[in-house]
Design a protein around this ligand. Structure first.
Ligand code: NAD
Ligand code: DAU
Length: 354
């Protein structure tokens, strides 16, 4: 049994589905179902007794403590967060509450539970804190990729809140001995990503005939990783990572935003051409830049490869093709999340949220 937080979000739901496809260990999935949480992602698990969904917040210490006492997990995999940089710029409060205070409360509940375990179960227990490369700040064009030793220089309220949570996770290992592992991953893409993030937003807008907004000059660089590769890396770190260590996860796929958008346009031109025969690139629109926009991220994932034998299975080319095909095949999902209708689905399927 493992406890997953945020398992109805983009990466969390991919992780839950991948885990249950690979193992029989049941999952307790604790998710607050914010706008980003969507149980429709997990509809394939309906009736599967290995998946127990709990609608609740990581910030609710009593609730989490009771869940841990009842289900006795051998690990906690902590995805739950506010994750969108632009939203953090418009309103940082939720990011402080969820990413910092929520993670603190979750760590407190984990510490209390872990202290009560017998020695063998204490030694085997793991708390895996899922974090981001954004905590390291921004790179210049010729700089080496981020290693685990790179100093923390978060630039947005989102990355600052994730950095704070990384420090708390580290302190709970150092001070209390809680077996914490931290992973810092680059930009993920793939199925079930909420269409506020660049790749699904561009696919959605392209098909809807809307502008494809590029912030600033579009020359910012991100290091893209297919989500299934991230999930596999997390599984590997839970099983073989050393408590107290951090592991960078990345795809060795640095691309400018403009190149990513042009690749998506070319793929859509081929798979679902516009009815007027025009190229989707004609919808590209340069808009005002994101304030404080980080110029470049790049992850050096060699520690994870060297020590735990993980490397990505997908290239950007194979991963992006799977992703575009997935969105074309799941237009109903996109329509539900963009219209808010998925909330009705939750009410209909699970009853009114508690
Ligand atoms: P997401 O926004 O798609 O999903 C977040 C999930 O957390 C949602 O299901 C939401 O309902 C849930 N949640 C929010 N507040 C909660 C609370 N208080 N209690 C319980 N659940 C709550 O995010 P994502 O893109 O899947 O990211 C998951 C994690 O991975 C985050 O910690 C993020 O910082 C990290 N990460 C994301 C990326 C990326 O490219 N998306 C890259 C590296 C790291
Ligand atoms: O690097 C890991 C991070 O990647 C995660 O920690 C975050 O949770 C995740 O949201 C992501 O952050 P980014 O800000 O890099 O992702 P986003 O998809 O919002 O933007 C990717 C790039 O595209 C970024 O440089 C901003 C740009 N962009 C984004 C949007 C939504 C645009 O040019 N236009 C847009 O409309």
């Amino acid at each position: 049994m493992i406890l997953v937080t945020g398992g109805a979000g983009f990466i969390g739901s991919n992780f839950v589905l991948d885990w249950l496809a690979a193992f029989d260990d049941p999952i307790i999935n604790l998710d607050a179902l914010t706008y980003a949480g969507n149980l429709e992602n997990l509809a394939a698990l309906d009736g599967d007794p290995r998946h127990v969904f709990i609608h609740g917040s990581i910030g609710d210490f009593e609730r989490v403590a009771a869940l841990l006492a009842t289900h006795q997990p051998r690990a906690i995999v902590h995805f739950a967060a506010e994750s969108h940089v632009d939203r953090s710029i418009h309103g940082p409060e939720d990011f402080i509450q969820t990413n910092i205070v929520g993670t603190f409360r979750l760590l407190e509940a984990a510490r209390a539970y872990w202290n009560g375990l017998d020695e063998a179960r204490k030694a085997a227990f793991r708390f895996l804190h899922v974090s981001t490369d954004e905590v390291y700040g921004s790179l210049l064009p010729g700089d080496a990729a981020f290693t685990e030793a790179h100093r923390y220089e978060p630039n947005s309220p989102y990355s600052a809140s994730k950095a704070a949570s990384d420090h708390l996770a580290r302190a709970y290992h150092h001070t209390y001995g809680l077996p914490v592992l931290t992973t810092n991953c680059s930009n993920n893409y793939g199925p079930w990503q909420f269409p506020e993030k660049l790749i699904p937003l561009v696919i959605h807008n392209a098909l809807a005939g809307k502008p494809l907004p590029i912030y600033g000059d579009g020359q910012q660089i991100r290091d893209w990783l297919y989500v299934a590769d991230h999930c596999r890396a997390i599984r590997r770190v839970i099983e073989a990572g050393k408590p107290g260590e951090t592991y960078n996860i990345g795809g060795w796929n640095e691309k400018t935003n403009l190149d990513v958008v042009k690749t998506l346009c070319a793929m859509l031109d081929e798979l679902q051409p516009r009815t007027d025969g025009q190229a989707y690139t004609t919808q590209i629109t340069f808009v005002t830049d994101r304030p404080g926009h980080d110029r470049r991220y790049a992850i050096d994932a060699s520690k994870l490869e060297r020590q735990l034998g993980w490397k990505p299975a997908e290239t950007f080319e194979t991963g992006i093709e799977k992703t575009v095909r997935w969105y074309l095949d799941h237009q109903a999902w996109v329509n539900n999340v963009t219209s808010g209708a998925y909330r009705e689905w939750v009410g209909k399927h699970y009853g009114a949220p508690a």
